[in-house]
Design a protein around this ligand. Sequence first.
Ligand code: SAM
Length: 229
Amino acid sequence: MKFHVLTIFPEFFRGPFEHGVLQRARQAGLVEICIHDLRNWTHDRHRTVDDRPFGGGEGMLLKPEPIFEAVEAIWPIRNAKQRVALLSAQGRKFNQAMAREYSALEELLLICGRYEGVDERVAEHLADDEISIGDYVLSGGELAAAVVVDAVARLGAGVLGNECSAAVESFENGLLDCPQWTRPADFRGWKVPEVLVGGNHEEIRRWRNEAARRKTARLRPDLLERELK
Ligand code: SAM
């Protein structure tokens, strides 16, 4: 899958995609990530990307022209296997189901806002989706874009190596993943649940299901309520 990220801070992405699963997927040619500097689509000496909001108010907004020009240059014609998403605190909350939906695309283009945000015409007339990674305000869309790329890319065919590993993770079946332990079996007197060292696979499977349900009820009861609706 191919990702495009449109940003005024291309250097920001030097680190996040250069480790672990994502780095291996890029090296294997399973994932391609193109970082585009928004200022390349400005036409003045100062490479201006922002302006004051109409009606007054604090701060500056990203102007529509460079953003529209950039997207139209990256994809002169758009198709159904491509999607443009604007990162925004006002957007629909990004979740695992959306990550799965995006992972079926061929290309995803993420627009990173900055300052006080982005001219609303980008959300209304250019982006297919406006997405938020949570109910808090970040200084820019770059961290959010990195989160989205990571969550989507790891679901791509062949990226995790073992296709089953994503299917048993948190949120995939409406529950959190079950708690897990590794060696030593006794660490400072805190022992691993006995069933997990007993070797009875059916018992372990049932125990894990129950443990996942208990942990979900304790930490994310909203997921269970959603399941009952
Ligand atoms: N004035 C905006 C508001 O209150 O909704 C916040 C603008 S924020 C300081 C600047 C940029 O950071 C946004 O345009 C967006 O791209 C990004 N951003 C901030 N919070 C975000 C979130 N929760 N999810 C995704 N992007 C976010």
